[in-house]
Design a protein around this ligand. Sequence first.
Ligand code: FES
Length: 90
Amino acid sequence: MTRRLDTDRDKTLCYCLGVRYGRVIDTIRGKECTSVKEVTRSCKAGGGCRSCHPEIEDLITELREERTAAGGIIKGIIGRVFGRRTGGSS
Ligand code: FES
């Protein structure tokens, strides 16, 4: 499966407003946007014909999954560190 996050950052995502993938990805990450409406408010992408909305929604989903995976890794590390410090099982 091809990830939308791997799309060339300089490629245009929203043609109506001339917004590129990199700008949209940075906006979703930086502002932790959870909806197309929030993305549009922050960087204008999606503010025209709306044909790019499915693409923006896919990016939001992929970034949410990325954050969830990173959170799981961090929880695992914290669990192992505290397990060792307290002498608990790991
Ligand atoms: S292509 Fe994004 S609003 Fe039209």
